[in-house]
Design a protein. Structure first.
Length: 472
């Protein structure tokens, strides 16, 4: 090797080293991460599942069966299932924003916070509110010291190509930092339980465990909530725009759910063939597939086959656009809807009802005619938080037979034996309590009396079950 070549190589190595050192010293990401990381928390969850097992390896042996029969087939045990996610602190009082799927249906939530002295402290957390539609949840801890808080930014102002930083707990590697750019906005994901139309896409790595963590802009503000929904993806990360969270956080904290407008229709995109058949000029709009009997749209006169072209003066592009616009409207507000019905333009004023959601986002727990009375409180000690009179909306949501009558169990206490045992489920039709038929919530109080344990007759998937329930 010549001396000249060696000298050039050493000079080049020195230049690269100095450049790398200069970049490290001036990297804009370092101060952002230092400031934001203390407000990012690790969330550990646990759900107890009951599983059947046999303790005998020879229980299929004919001699064994001769003596013991099938008596040992029905052993069960409680198995804790654990998971991890991320979140970030949004108030000094201990409110934390995360994904709904991180904490949905779990029995125990633990939050790890890194204190100012560098030590870690773990708190128990409770769910203040959740929204399956946007996959968001607010949980709360009870801190005994000041907590760092992340400021929420403006996701609408984001531009494709801007730098972003993701912080989270991927695969258990706490406070991992990845960097990328905004690859796209308004991405639609429709797969399994995910049905969302406004994701931010980024090439910053987002993996399982990142879910619920913040996506930060270069001002250190939260502009998205990371959601790991595409396993093993390369350069494909998704986040919920923070402006969606800002819209609903107040409702989640105050009511436990989002008070969202309910019209009472199902819609679909229109094809050129549909546009021609229904005499619609163009292919924009949302066609009504079905109008739910007794709900606001039905009362206002909307019909199957109507094509909705405007909502409150705004043009409707397609069914997703319409659904998103309805989501922003408050219950009780008037929706001005313009439709095309077989070539004729018509206008309707519809007073919206309220649409709470089940875990999978289907309408369930209320409609305008739903009647809930104080009689159902008699079941709260048994882990059944809410029962409601059966309605067409509830029949559709829980697939209840059209000729079945009773009361629908629409909410269980997460921490109750009824919930953890799994014998009682949301959507079960309650027919009798202690042998007495219940047709209205007020019938329950009389049937329960002062009993410490009760027998419930329920219907589920067309079959009838008798279940013993005890006070918690």
């Amino acid at each position: 090797m010549s001396k000249k070549f060696l000298a050039c190589s050493l000079a080049l190595a020195l230049i690269i080293s100095l450049a790398a050192g200069a970049f490290a010293a001036t990297s804009p990401f370092v101060p952002i991460v230092k400031n934001a990381s203390p407000a990012v928390v690790n969330i550990d969850v646990e759900k107890v599942q009951t599983r059947s097992f046999s303790p005998f390896p020879f229980d299929d042996d004919p001699i064994f069966k001769r003596f013991f029969g099938d008596a040992f087939k029905d052993f069960t045990r409680s198995v804790p299932m654990k998971g991890r996610g991320s979140g970030f602190i949004v108030s000094k009082e201990g409110l934390i924003l995360t994904n709904n799927h991180v904490v949905d249906g779990v029995d125990k939530i633990s939050v790890s916070v890194v204190l100012s002295d560098g030590n870690k402290k773990t708190y128990s957390a409770t769910v203040k509110g959740s929204d399956p539609a946007y996959d968001l949840a607010v949980i709360k801890i009870e801190p005994d010291e000041d907590l760092p808080v992340l400021e929420l930014g403006d996701s609408d102002a984001l531009e494709v190509g801007e730098w972003v930083i993701a912080i989270g707990n991927p695969y258990g590697f706490e406070h991992s930092v990845t960097v990328g750019v905004i690859s796209a906005k308004n991405r639609s994901i429709h797969a399994q339980d995910v049905n969302f139309d406004d994701f931010l896409q980024t090439d910053a790595a987002i993996n399982p465990g990142n879910s619920g963590g913040p996506l930060l802009d270069m001002d250190g503000k939260v502009i998205g909530i990371n959601t790991a929904i595409v396993p093993y993806a390369q350069g494909l990360g998704f986040a919920i725009p923070v402006n969606k969270a800002k819209e609903i956080m107040g409702d989640l904290v105050s009511y436990g759910h989002v008070k969202r407008g309910w019209l009472g229709v199902s819609v679909r995109n229109i094809t050129p063939e549909m546009a021609k058949a229904y005499k619609v000029g163009g292919e924009n709009g949302a066609m009504i597939n079905d109008v739910f009997k007794g709900d606001p749209a039905d009362k206002a006169g909307l019909k199957r086959g109507d094509v909705i072209v405007e909502l409150n003066g705004a043009k409707i592009k397609d069914s997703s656009d319409f659904v998103n616009k309805v989501r922003t409207l408050a219950p009780g507000s008037i929706a001005k809807i313009a439709v095309v019905r077989k070539g004729k333009h018509m206008n309707f004023n519809v007073k919206l009802g309220e649409r709470p959601n089940t875990v999978d986002g289907r309408p369930s727990t209320k409609s305008e005619n739903n009647d809930i009375s104080e009689g159902s409180d008699a079941l709260k000690d048994f882990g059944i938080a809410k029962v409601e009179k059966i309605t067409d909306s509830l029949r559709r949501a829980y697939k209840i037979n059209s000729n079945s009558e009773g009361l629908v169990i629409t909410k269980l206490d997460r921490n109750s034996k009824a919930s953890t045992d799994g014998e009682i489920r949301e959507g079960d039709l309650l027919i009798e309590v202690n042998g007495q038929e219940v047709k209205a919530p007020e019938d329950i109080k009389k049937a329960v009396g002062n009993d410490e344990s009760i027998v419930l007759m329920i219907e589920r998937d067309g079959s009838t079950y008798f279940i013993m329930a005890s006070k918690n």
